[in-house]
Ligand binder design. Structure first.
Ligand code: F6P
Length: 385
């Protein structure tokens, strides 16, 4: 896509304009949502759609970094394409933006001026809870009507059962367990798979259940190394199996409650390393050898799953309907098998954690999976209706 110059709004009956951007970490299914918004806007309402590049940056940069979509740009191939064709950012707070000269600036005015220069009537933001928080503040300050579409492989956006990207990440994580199982069996090893998810364990819990893990650790539930070791011994002594599978969410802390992180460029900390921590300690406690696989960004890329394409398409169409109806400051959400809309302020900055005694956690307990020191008695109580 080349750069598009914003067209001046005509004097008579100019078409309305919606801007759309992707913000925060990328994931599979973002392009499907973009495609759906463009189709609905142009076909359903005759609106023009401007894609804003690199999250909020496209409106803060001069010249503006935007592209006008037409139907020739949104073919079915977008459904199959991972990442985001618009680009995205997950750093650089616009309220304290690090400038090239080392100074820090509030760039709200640049963002709002960019929105006005483009002659937009509303903004659709595809983002997670963090992006929704930042963008909703920018929009409130600028008087910009906003509609949000939830995305993140972490699946921790409030009020929605599913965010775009989660389903594909789960497929990747489950396939990784499927691939680790035979090599674990061949070598009589304990395989530890570290998956993403930041402060929540949605990926770890779902993929662990689907992949037949013996141990699943999530940030929401405290664990004991001795508890893990006991479960692994049980696998051999009671179940007669010579290998075991563990899934751990990257955001799990050490037994003593310390965070395990790596430092990235710009001194930014990212989770990573809890799998190796567990291996180092378990090696001293159990007979079997351990090996660690860190799945990392593989979970964010690749061809979007069918489910992500479907959810993203439904979100995109519904979000544009909200915009056209003037029902802004809302976020689309997936609840009980359908798309609904919820207030933006109930989503922005709110993290949805795993329910430690919800269906999936109790399913794991029911399957004999060690998911931490949460008490079998409570689990049994919750399972029995
Ligand atoms: O929030 C999505 C996510 O992929 C997390 O699961 C992970 O901790 C983080 O982003 C990684 O961020 P980055 O791409 O900056 O390394």
């Amino acid at each position: 896509m080349g750069k598009t110059k914003p067209k001046a709004k005509g004097a008579v009956m100019a078409a309305k304009r919606v801007g759309i951007l992707t913000s925060g970490g990328d994931c599979a299914g973002l392009n499907a949502a973009l495609r759906a918004v463009v189709h609905r806007a142009i076909r359903g309402y005759g609106w023009q759609v401007f894609g804003i590049r690199d999250g909020s940056l496209g409106l803060m940069n001069r010249p503006l970094d935007v592209v006008e979509f037409d139907l020739s740009l949104v073919t079915g191939d977008m459904l199959r394409k991972g990442g985001t064709i618009l680009g995205t950012i997950n750093k650089g707070d616009p309220f304290a933006y690090p400038m090239p000269d080392g100074s820090v600036r509030d760039r709200t005015a640049d963002f709002v001026a960019g929105y006005k220069e483009l002659g937009l009537d509303a903004l659709i933001v595809i983002g997670g809870d963090g992006s929704m928080k930042i963008l909703s503040r920018l929009c409130r300050l600028g008087g910009i009507p906003m509609v949000g579409i939830p995305k993140t492989i972490d699946n921790d956006v409030a009020q929605t059962d599913y965010a775009i990207g989660f389903a594909t990440a789960l497929e990747v994580a489950c396939e990784a367990i499927d691939r680790l199982a035979p090599t674990a069996a061949s070598h009589h090893r304990v395989m530890i798979l570290e998956v993403m998810g930041r402060d929540v364990g949605h990926i770890a819990l779902s993929a662990g259940i689907a992949g037949g893990a013996d141990v699943i650790l999530i940030p929401e539930l405290p664990y004991k190394l001795a508890g893990i070791a006991d479960r692994i011994r049980q696998v051999k002594e009671v179940e007669g199996r010579n290998h075991a599978l563990m899934v751990v969410a990257e955001g799990c802390k050490t037994e003593l409650g310390e965070m395990v992180t790596t430092v990235q460029k710009g001194n930014e900390a990212r989770y990573g390393g809890i799998g190796q921590y567990l291996a180092d300690h378990l090696n001293k406690m159990i007979e079997a050898e351990t090996r660690v696989t860190v799945l990392g960004h593989v979970q964010r890329g690749g061809v979007p799953s069918m489910r992500d394409r479907m959810i993203a398409s439904a979100f995109g169409v519904y979000a544009m309907d909200l915009v056209a109806q003037g029902r802004t400051d809302r976020v689309v959400a997936w609840q009980h098998g359908q798309v609904v809309d919820v207030p933006l302020n109930e989503v922005a900055g709110v993290t949805r954690a795993v329910d430690p005694f919800g269906t999936l956690a109790n399913t794991a307990r029911g399957l004999g999976i060690y998911i931490g020191e949460s008490g079998i008695a409570e689990a049994a109580m919750c399972v029995i209706p």
